[in-house]
Design a protein around this ligand. Structure first.
Ligand code: B3K
Ligand code: ZN
Length: 844
């Protein structure tokens, strides 16, 4: 497949002044009429005229009213055009009902909807489908469906048509259209300058009751962006539409966000507390894109993190401000380590700004999103919050209405702060997770910390340069008092020392507070010191992470040396759990053990070959030890977490429920699931129901409850997705193949629906011992299904193929079995470009 390079960027030859589209909707033969005003781009180096187009039937085309016969080539058309402004008109036919890729215009539950990012607009009409071509759009939709929506403001409405006008120049990837039988949950927002905005969240009639929360979340996001970033909304309406068939979480189309139902609908009995937090976070994320993405967009897709990293950072700040920074940070770090560190440590590692790709759709990754956000967080830490705000103001003032680059982004920081960011920029061009080794020496009242950074080689990048790494450090006295408050050390060299003098006694250093940089800390710490930090650090992140580090040590020695868990660890966990001054949500996190996947990576980093069954057994054994060690404490904590008030998803209640569920999981190991059964029966919300079900399955119980759950929620697809997922992720490893075979044989396994497919095959990665069955049977089944899905929906299939990315970590036999499956996918005739690129990189 053809690679595209950042270095080959050339400006568009023609710009677009205005776009007029008319849609005559019909499932098998929708007609799209386009009228586009082109003007020569003075910055262009040629006058070649090329329009992207895929899966389109061209009916006719004209230039300034004169019919033309363009040359159709793969991926689009070219045509002789004037070296002066002209009007291009075309009519094409498309078949939305046949669009199973869910890219472009497609149908879901009888409604029409679109997904254009990154390159879906070319499946709707011929167009320069690249983000640096920005234009205002007018859209006319002809259909007798009751609700007809597009971007911008409503301009006209008749019995069987609607016209929308979007005055803000936008790239084609932000185009959207929706038509269907939908109902609205409405609200409004008055902006900081007094503009009234009508808000609506559109759903299928059956889902109407689940849209209330989304309206409130949108209002909170609009207010926060005004208060914190000074950003005001810029249209008369803001519409959100919920769609059941959707490849990603949601899409920030101008004024018309389209959402996966999973990321917008919520009600207490069907959504968990985490679902609520996710819904609010995704709504905020898509809303924040209005400025960071839409008003200022990306010059080309290599700059994707310009909008995604920044918008993720903004949504993280938002959720932290609303619900508490401590828990939000821990959750984000868990996700970063699981998703991005894994990617960075394997064959799919890539830069925050890639330099080449075959399919941009393969780069909606943890690195572009979450590492991109970490890079911005570090920048803010380095320059400080005031300078950050000043730089952002400059960014909005200077680049509004433009398609910008990472260089533009960094330049506003240089101009606002005078700081040289040459070395910092390496975060964008160097892949891999840096390791920071910490050693310490204490002599005569002076503590010397030596920090050494190294980044392991990644595909195509063997030579790594030192990065600018902000390492936040604090020092504690042996009695637990803080003697040196948080100080940010700037590590710029390969090795550097930092000293703290005038100390009365040897302190305990708390390092990487708040997870100040996306690095792996390498530090020899005794169990006593980690337990001390767990009990005393003023930084909640280090408190939690010390518990993690200790758990990691314990698990490694259990797997490698068949050791019993350290009593110091069990005592530290019990002490934390019993500490009623600690936020329940933080106590719940302390019970959340590292995943089996992360233990595998730790062992691999230590030079061992991870053995999935042994790791699984060690994790189970550790949970049993914890349960036994805290046999009297657990029911006390559980009792203290019970809530009598009506359900709300707020942080206080959610924290208690998280702790109740975490404790219940251990209690079930002592009582065989009796308490979990009671919780399941008594529960009136999804958080506690699912928590109970989880605990029951974990101890080999729960068959009756699973059946009751399936029956009760048979008509609720999002809840049934959870039902599928839970059974896959919690299946006993040796039973996983049978479970998968049963589940995929059910009539309700609608494999073309991305949520359903992900519920089953996306959950496999959380059951590594099941996935890595020694006979390779699960590898084979997974590959079969990836090949099948790829023929219908390459985007979702190629993303899930990353399940195989860790294949080189395992023993020779498993490597051979996985490799054989990856190669089988690669050799399948008619495999998509997306999938071909992914398997190619994994074999790499
Ligand atoms: N920008 C979209 C990503 C869509 C993925 C397209 N294949 C969602 C988001 O990041 O907000
Ligand atoms: Zn985004």
């Amino acid at each position: 497949p053809q690679k595209i390079y950042l270095a080959d960027y050339t400006p568009p030859t023609y710009l677009v002044e205005h776009v007029d589209l008319t849609f005559r909707l019909a499932p098998k033969n929708t007609r799209v009429l386009a009228r586009i005003r082109f003007v020569p781009n003075p910055a262009a180096t040629s006058r070649d005229f090329f329009l992207h187009g895929e899966l389109l039937t061209l009916i006719n085309a004209s230039i300034d009213g004169t019919p033309v016969t363009p040359t159709l080539v793969e991926g689009g058309l070219s045509c002789d055009v004037p070296d002066a402004p002209f009007t291009w008109e075309s009519e094409v036919e498309i078949a939305p009902i046949e669009n199973t890729a869910l890219d472009g215009l497609y149908m879901s539950d009888g409604m029409y909807c679109t997904q254009c990012e990154a390159e879906g607009f070319r499946r709707i009409t011929y167009y320069p489908d690249r983000p640096d071509v920005m234009a205002p759009f007018t859209v006319r939709i002809e259909s007798d469906l009751p609700v007809l929506l597009s971007n911008g403001n409503p301009a006209d409405r008749g019995a069987d048509f609607a016209v929308w006008h979007d005055p803000w120049p936008k790239p084609s990837y932000l185009f959207a259209l929706v038509a269907g039988n939908l109902v609205a949950k409405r609200g409004s927002f008055d902006t900081m300058s007094g503009k009234h905005v009508d808000l609506a969240v559109w759903t299928r009639p059956a889902d109407a009751a689940k849209a209330d929360f989304a309206v409130g979340a949108l209002q909170r996001a609009m207010k926060w962006d005004e208060d914190v970033y000074g950003r005001e909304y810029d249209l008369d309406v803001f519409n959100i539409v919920a769609v059941s068939d959707f490849n990603s979480g949601a899409m920030e189309n101008k004024g018309l966000n389209i959402f996966n139902t999973a990321a917008v609908l919520a009600s207490p009995d069907t959504a968990t507390d985490l679902d609520y937090e996710r819904v609010e976070g995704v709504i905020a994320h898509e809303y924040f894109h209005n400025w960071t993405g839409n008003r200022i967009t990306c010059r080309d897709w290599f700059q994707l993190s310009l909008k995604e990293g920044l918008t993720v950072f903004r949504d993280q700040q938002f959720t932290g401000d609303l619900h508490g920074h401590a828990t939000k940070r821990i959750r984000d770090v868990i996700k970063l380590r699981a998703r991005q560190f894994r990617e960075d440590n394997g064959p799919l590692a890539h830069n925050v700004r890639p330099e080449s790709f075959v399919e941009i759709s393969n780069f909606y990754t943890g690195t572009i999103y979450e590492k991109g956000a970490e890079v911005i967080r570090m920048l803010r830490t380095l320059v400080g919050p005031e300078a950050y705000a000043k730089a952002l103001d400059l960014y909005f003032a200077r680049h509004d209405g433009q398609a910008a680059t990472i260089e533009d982004w960094l330049q506003v920081f240089v101009d606002a702060t005078g700081r040289d960011l040459t070395q910092f920029k390496r975060w964008y061009s160097q892949a891999g997770t840096p390791r920071v080794a910490v050693t310490e020496d204490y002599t005569d009242g002076t503590l010397t910390l030596t920090l050494r950074q190294t980044t392991p080689p990644t595909p195509g990048q063997t030579d790594k340069q030192p990065l600018v790494i902000p390492v936040a450090v604090g020092l504690l006295n042996p009695n637990g008092d803080e003697v040196v408050p948080t100080t940010v050390l700037e590590l710029t060299g390969a090795e550097q020392t930092f000293t703290f003098s005038g100390l009365a006694s040897r302190p305990v250093a708390s390092v990487l507070r708040g997870f100040s940089a996306p690095v792996i800390l390498q530090r020899e710490q005794s169990a006593e010191e980690l337990a001390f930090l767990m009990a005393h650090d003023t930084d909640s992140f280090v408190r939690w992470d010390s518990g993690r580090a200790l758990a990691c040590q314990v698990l490694v020695s259990m797997v490698r040396d068949h050791a019993a868990p350290l009593p110091a660890y069990l005592d530290a966990i019990a002490a934390t759990l019993a500490d009623e001054t600690l936020d329940p949500a933080l106590r719940a996190f302390v019970l959340d053990l590292p995943s089996e996947e992360s233990t595998a990576q730790t062992l691999f980093d230590l030079g061992a070959t991870p053995e999935p069954d042994a790791i699984h057994d060690a994790h189970e054994a550790l949970k049993n030890h914890l349960a036994e060690h805290m046999v009297t404490l657990l029911p006390q904590v559980y009792a203290a977490c019970q809530i009598n008030e009506a359900y709300t998803p707020d942080a206080a209640q959610a924290g208690k429920r998280a702790l109740a569920n975490a404790v219940l999981n251990l209690i079930s190991r002592n009582d065989g699931g009796a308490t979990a059964e009671m919780q399941f029966t008594a529960s009136n919300n999804m958080t506690l129901s699912l928590g109970a079900l989880h605990s029951l399955l974990d101890v080999g119980q729960g068959r009756a409850e699973l059946a009751a759950f399936a029956q009760r929620w048979a008509d609720d697809r999002l809840v049934i997705d959870k039902w599928f997922s839970l059974q896959v992720s919690l299946a006993a490893p040796r039973r996983l193949l049978a479970v998968l075979t049963d589940l995929t044989g059910l009539e309700s396994f609608d494999w073309k629906n991305p949520n359903r497919f992900r519920a089953v095959f996306g959950a496999i990665t959380s059951n590594p011992a099941g996935f890595h069955q020694a006979d390779g049977s699960v590898y084979r089944l997974m590959a079969d299904w990836l090949i099948r899905l790829d023929s219908a929906n390459p985007w979702t299939a190629s993303r899930l193929s990353a399940a195989f990315d860790g294949w080189r970590r395992y023993d020779k036999a498993r490597q051979g079995l996985m490799r054989a499956q990856i190669e089988r996918i690669a050799k399948t005739p008619a495999i998509s470009r997306e999938m071909a690129e992914m398997v190619g990189r994994m074999l790499g």
